[in-house]
Design a protein around this ligand. Structure first.
Ligand code: NAD
Length: 273
């Protein structure tokens, strides 16, 4: 049986559960939150979907569900408001992360742990240190979302299907992110942008999260399908190259680089120069 536990039943957690349920990548998904009423409500709402849509069972969970989970996704914590940076969430979310990791560790799980809560790079580093699981089993979603944002932007600009575009973004999930322009391809061919266009595109991707927050208060659909893609690579053991944040205990934060993700988490890293 394939099982996922999602910690945090907020918009990011619930939408991640919803997208993973639709994709049927696990037999069971447990949703855990300190707010019982909220997790109950989200589970009910998702379970009330049309029966033939998915065979995946979604249930309200407890930390004990982590024990036999293949993947644990941590989305608990406060989210940014208009004008806030991801780093503004650090103090509050570090405390929350510490508490959650203590609970997870007590279950002796050997799951792959995917950190989503922000600031994701710092919190992925904290979680890896706390959980002390074998290398590659704890990491952050990092710049996987920024990469899909860049692909979406280019698809729209060039009027091309997203599937024809490769446009990796690495480094920080924040202002210090880097577009690997030498690796950007459209229909398998190198991209041809002026320096001015590159600068604008990179800026638009950096600003994308806040632009969405200014428009509707929160971001969740993009990250939910990002979580689903990462969890699929693990659960279906279909190796995929994603720009996830790789914990490094010699640094204050994990940074994203392209990595191959499969059943055992990060199985190969491709550091950028
Ligand atoms: P939200 O406020 O809707 O939900 C947060 C949930 O966490 C709440 O249900 C709350 O009860 C729960 N929670 C708080 N403390 C908890 C604890 N100790 N144990 C269990 N649950 C706890 O927030 P959201 O919009 O779902 O965002 C969640 C996080 O995801 C934020 O930190 C946000 O910044 C982050 N995020 C990350 C990315 C990314 O690319 N990495 C993208 C979007 C959002």
């Amino acid at each position: 049986m394939k099982k996922i536990t999602v910690i945090g039943a907020g918009l990011v957690g619930a939408t991640s559960v919803y997208s993973m349920m639709l994709k049927e990548i696990a037999d069971e998904i447990a949703l855990v939150d300190i707010d019982d009423k909220r997790s109950n409500a989200e589970v009910w709402d998702i379970r009330h979907g049309f029966p033939e849509i998915s065979k995946t069972i979604v249930k309200k969970g407890t930390y004990q569900d982590c024990a036999d989970s293949d993947v644990i996704v941590i989305t608990a914590g406060v989210a940014r408001k208009v004008g806030e940076s991801r780093n503004d969430l650090l103090i509050k979310n570090s405390k929350i992360m510490e508490g959650i990791c203590t609970e997870i560790k007590n279950t002796n799980t050997n799951a792959i742990v995917v950190v989503v809560s922000n600031p994701v790079d710092v919190l992925a580093n904290h979680a890896a240190k706390f959980l002390d699981l074998p290398k590659g089993r704890v990491f952050g979603t990092g710049c996987t979302l920024d990469t899909s944002r860049m692909v979406a932007l280019l698809a729209e600009k060039l009027n091309k299907p997203a599937s024809s575009i490769n446009a990796p973004v690495v480094g920080e999930h924040g202002d210090e992110q880097i577009v690997l322009w030498d690796e950007v391809t459209i229909d398998g061919k190198p991209a041809n942008f002026t320096e001015e266009e590159k600068k604008q595109l990179a800026e638009d991707v950096k600003r994308a999260g806040m632009t969405i927050i200014e428009g509707k208060g929160k971001t969740y659909y993009g990250i939910a399908t990002t979580v689903c893609a990462i969890a699929s690579a693990v659960l279906l053991d279909r190796p995929m190259k994603y720009a996830v944040s790789v914990p490094n205990q010699n640094e204050e934060k994990a940074l994203s680089m392209l990595c191959t993700i499969a059943k055992d988490g990060i199985i190969e890293e491709f550091p950028y120069k």
